[in-house]
Design a protein around this ligand. Structure first.
Ligand SMILES: *Cc1c(COP(=O)(O)O)cnc(C)c1O
Length: 383
């Protein structure tokens, strides 16, 4: 691989990435003195950028948790009381036997599957699962297959043909997909799974935790099927305005992961202060239904306004505007940015070739009038 040539070919194809130099101010992003509405953030409930919650937390955070490094992995000295308290909160909220914390969703997804699988394991994943899950599959020794996005008929065919040849099978999906914004029929997956004694269901709720469900517990809560999901994974870095991740599972799986999961064993745990903030936000989740409702009505508005342009794919707060060509996508995104909307072009390899798109990621701090202005500008940019 020639680094210089590779970079230049990325640049020519309009796929060269750069770290944006921006300053954030509440729901705004400022770049070179231009103020733009942030439509690229995962701060879905608006808790990280625009609420008094942080001050409230600082006022009550016990001295015990005011420590900014855990100084080791949880298996050595990094297992502070707050870690187990947060796990207890999670397992109680989800009605599961146990929960286990991780430093990030990336740690969770690259660590859980390799730990739980071997050569007699089959992993069957949706074609569009997050890169962290793909990396997890590549790190392990299981066989893996992917089914076309949301094609549960194809999934069933794979299970019918192959499940019995393996000791254990993991079906791996996300509940809300980050590029199309569509929602998975978890109930149907639970039903399907129950026909096979050796199939376990792994669901990543990164984009749905905090945002969906009456108490903000995700799509599994909304579809009333938490109990049927064997490995319920979520992250704290998006709607929960923090950092880290969890899996809700059985006690036995938790114990097995503690003994075998490399990113858990060989990485310094997040600091007590971070877990305490996460626990604080998580304990408040059920109080944010107003924010969830606003996000949901704004999302349906934008999706229907962009119907036929990508909006029709969305069933969530992530709404794509399809462009196709990467270079064109960059031009369109830059135009919207000049008009005051900070939105990003999403290009290969994040999405399949020829499906470059602008991705609007809504938060509860965005107002309807702002979206109406956005829609007007999208429409004028088309002519
Ligand atoms: C963001 C995301 C992750 C990674 O989580 P981090 O905590 O940011 O590492 C994993 N899975 C999905 C589906 C995600 O969207």
């Amino acid at each position: 691989m020639n680094i210089k040539e590779h970079l230049s070919s990325l640049d020519k194809a309009g796929n060269l990435r750069r770290l944006p130099q921006i300053i954030q101010d509440g729901k705004w992003v400022i770049r070179e003195d231009m103020r733009m509405l942030n439509l690229s953030s995962n701060d879905y409930l608006g808790l990280a950028s625009g609420s008094d919650l942080q001050q409230e937390f600082l006022d009550i955070c016990p001295k015990r948790d005011l420590r900014f490094s855990s100084s080791s992995s949880r298996l050595l000295t990094g297992n502070f009381p707050i870690c187990e308290e947060l796990e207890e909160m999670l397992s109680t909220a989800f009605g599961k036997e146990a929960a286990l914390l991780f430093n990030s969703g990336y740690h969770a997804n690259t660590g859980i599957l390799p730990a739980l699988s071997d050569k007699s394991t089959l992993i069957v994943a949706d074609k569009l699962v997050h890169a962290s899950l793909i990396d997890g599959m590549l790190l392990g020794s299981a066989t893996f297959r992917r089914f076309p996005h949301q094609d549960l008929v194809r999934l069933e065919k794979i299970l019918e043909a192959e499940a019995s040849q393996y000791e254990k099978v993991f079906v791996v999906v996300e509940s809300v997909y980050s590029m199309d914004g569509d929602v998975t029929d978890l109930r149907r997956l639970v039903e399907l799974k129950s026909k096979y004694p050796n199939v376990m269901l792994y669901v990543d709720e990164a984009h749905a935790i905090g945002v969906r469900g009456k108490n903000g517990l995700g799509i599994a809560e909304e579809q009333d099927c938490i109990a049927g999901i064997d490995l319920l994974v979520g992250t704290f870095g998006k709607a929960l305005a923090s950092m880290g991740a969890y899996v809700a599972c059985t006690k036995e799986i938790r114990e097995y992961l503690v003994n075998t999961m490399r990113p858990l064993i060989f990485s310094t745990a997040l600091p007590p202060f971070q877990w305490a903030w996460t626990a604080f936000v998580f304990s408040r989740l059920k109080d944010f239904s107003e924010r969830r409702d606003k996000l949901s009505s704004n999302s349906s508005y934008l999706a229907s306004a962009l119907n036929g342009m990508g909006g029709e794919m969305s069933e969530s707060h992530i709404v794509p505007l399809m462009v196709g060509d990467s270079a064109e996508c960059i031009i369109r995104a830059e135009y919207l940015q000049r008009k005051g909307f900070y939105c990003m072009p999403v290009r290969p390899p994040t999405v399949p070739k020829g499906t470059s798109r602008i991705r609007f990621s809504l938060t509860a701090n965005v107002e309807r009038e702002e979206l109406e202005a956005l829609v007007d500008i999208v429409k004028t940019s088309l002519v």
